[in-house]
Design a protein around this ligand. Structure first.
Ligand SMILES: C[S@@+](CC[C@H](N)C(=O)[O-])C[C@H]1O[C@@H](n2cnc3c(N)ncnc32)[C@H](O)[C@@H]1O
Ligand SMILES: Nc1nc2[nH]cc(C(=O)O)c2c(=O)[nH]1
Ligand code: SF4
Ligand SMILES: [Mg+2]
Length: 241
């Protein structure tokens, strides 16, 4: 049987709002299921069961057809997020090959808890280990293994992205930076209310300013880049953006 991928939503074109390729037009494919349970997850519907009825098991060809139906030729990049897309094996590699056959780039959002061989084929690999405020524990041996593998063989432009809610998270981000000094590091302020309706940009910009001040004062963070969730400034907590 053809292997299938659990997809909870596909949307776009939108603008990549985070990290190394912020500002790029992209489609999104969100897989179902996560091995983490971050307390502040802005996409908890991908794992908490609340939207389980929306999951469809799709072949790589069906996902590509769905994206083309949504957007025609109006995209050149697909961002695969979740949940944790690194829970998916070979079928994801097949999907990435299909994208490449059409000259479309593949970007991945994952937390660095699982490795897949297809990471080597990804064009933009974002690894986002989770700070203490998430309630999750980083398996440093696993993260080391993943960072070494992508550095040794990967063609992927890879980067690290740490979400920061408080001073303890900031210390964690510094630890990540010391451990992998050659890897571009992006710091992203946390959104501490992912269900608030209306305009949340003022609150998020306040968090961004707080993080700017930390980095400005810190000679050990001279190469880190601080970025907001750009889409959240524009579209707030709206889903599918
Ligand atoms: C929903 S996650 C899915 C991919 C993967 N599970 C991960 O965490 O990297 C996508 C990105 O959103 C970030 N994120 C999730 N909740 C957030 C929040 N409340 N504030 C800021 N960033 C958040 C994650 O850290 C991650 O970089
Ligand atoms: N516009 C936009 N950019 C994003 N970058 C990472 C996202 C994610 O949820 O993985 C995301 C998202 O959900 N929307
Ligand atoms: S790892 Fe990502 S998807 Fe999973 S709970 Fe944390 S933020 Fe949400
Ligand atoms: Mg998001």
């Amino acid at each position: 049987m053809m292997s299938r991928i659990p997809v909870i939503e596909m949307f776009g074109p939108t603008i990549q709002g985070e990290g190394a390729v912020i500002g790029v037009k992209t489609m999104f494919v969100r897989t179902y299921g996560c091995d983490y349970r971050c307390g502040w997850c802005d996409s908890a519907f991908t794992w908490d069961g609340s939207a389980k009825d929306k999951v469809t098991m799709l072949t790589p060809q069906e996902i590509l057809a769905g994206l083309l139906e949504l957007a025609g030729e109006n995209f050149n990049c697909v961002t695969i997020s979740g949940g944790n897309p690194a829970l998916i094996g070979e079928a994801m590699g097949e999907f990435i090959s299909l994208l490449h056959e059409r000259g479309i780039q593949a970007a991945i959002e994952t937390q660095g808890s699982r490795w897949q061989e297809w990471f080597h084929e990804v064009d933009v690999l974002t690894i986002s280990p989770k700070p203490p405020s998430s309630g999750m524990q980083t398996d440093w041996d696993k993260l080391d293994e993943i960072m070494h593998r992508v550095a040794d063989n990967g063609k992927a432009a890879h980067s690290l992205k740490v979400v920061v809610f408080n001073q303890e998270d900031y210390e964690y981000a510094r630890k990540v930076h010391f451990r992998y000094p050659e890897v571009p590091l992006f710091l992203q302020p946390g959104n501490d209310n992912v269900t608030e309706e209306g305009d949340i940009s003022g609150r998020l910009l306040g968090r961004l300013e707080w993080l700017f001040e930390r980095v400005i004062a810190d000679p050990q963070m001279n190469r880190a880049r601080v970025l907001p969730q750009l889409h959240a400034l524009i579209w707030h907590n709206k889903r599918g953006k």
